[in-house]
Ligand binder design. Structure first.
Ligand SMILES: C[S@@+](CC[C@H](N)C(=O)[O-])C[C@H]1O[C@@H](n2cnc3c(N)ncnc32)[C@H](O)[C@@H]1O
Length: 258
């Protein structure tokens, strides 16, 4: 497993995923032939997808590859069987591109925090106070759920989201149009100065956490809060851990910057 992970560091994950797909078809077709059984093409596609998905974790692919691996061949079969018009492929491709934009590069996919997590984040903040407005940012704000939750509850604060993927950025900007104190920026949080914020929230993936900590500790002001949902920072013990009662059993790792 460790050696596979190491190897995956040099081979882009998309090639590992494709290699697994080809190997899975080869293995399943080989078994079918060996046993001399007749099998419907859709079942072959499904079995191959399941095998590719099952092997993905062992090959060091991250968890979010699993549904892609499972559904890739069945989806291909569906499209070929029902002769889907080419425009549908094009539209699907563009939508996926706009949502998952640079996931292959950043290795931070889009998945969403729970309502219980938003409430727990609100509980970490001092009561809303017009005399002491805060600046709160969600790094990689996805569909803007945290900001939509905090918007009506914290009318005096500046609530900011930054999102790299165009479609989620546009969608959340539209959702937040009704709140003048909420904004979503389309772009990368690496370009922002985290010293401007009283609370920085991040729900990303294990990949950027070390570099993000380096940035946060260089830029954030003493006394401000850095909160990572779920993902630890190697070698950095949080000042506080909040256990959220949601299906994911989310942990909020909280640091008060020094
Ligand atoms: C796991 S989702 C979290 C979404 C949202 N914060 C939430 O809690 O529901 C992470 C998001 O970060 C975005 N992202 C990844 N790298 C980024 C970067 N460098 N700058 C801005 N957004 C980024 C991804 O596109 C993805 O939408």
């Amino acid at each position: 497993m460790a050696s596979m992970k190491k190897r995956q560091g040099s081979i882009p994950p998309i090639f590992v995923a494709l290699l697994l797909q080809f190997s899975a078809v080869f293995v399943v077709a080989g078994v079918v032939r060996f046993l001399s059984i007749a099998i419907e093409p859709w079942l072959l596609a499904l079995a191959s997808g399941a095998l590719a998905a099952a092997c993905s974790r062992f090959a060091g692919l991250e968890r979010w590859w699993l549904p892609i691996q499972l559904l890739f061949l069945p989806a291909l079969w569906l499209m070929l069987t029902f002769s889907v018009p080419p425009a549908v492929y094009g539209a699907l491709f563009v939508i996926l591109l706009l949502v998952f934009w640079s996931t292959f590069r950043t290795r931070v996919p889009l998945f969403l925090s729970s309502n219980a997590t938003w409430r727990a984040i609100d509980d970490l903040l001092p009561p809303p106070d017009a005399a002491h407005p805060l600046r709160i940012i969600d790094l990689g704000s996805g569909l803007g759920g945290l900001l939509v939750h905090l918007g009506p509850r914290r009318p005096h604060d500046q609530l900011i989201g930054v999102e790299l993927a165009p479609l989620p950025a546009l969608f959340s900007a539209l959702r937040l149009m009704r709140y003048t104190h909420c904004t979503v920026r389309w772009g990368s949080f690496w370009k922002l100065d985290l010293g401007e914020y009283d609370m920085v929230f991040a729900f990303l993936s294990p990949v950027p956490m070390q570099d993000l900590w380096t940035k946060a500790s260089a830029e954030m002001r003493p006394g401000t809060l850095f909160v990572s949902s779920s993902f630890e920072i190697p070698g950095q013990t949080p000042d506080r851990i909040v256990h959220v009662n949601d299906s994911r059993k989310t942990r909020l790792l909280v640091w008060r910057m020094r």
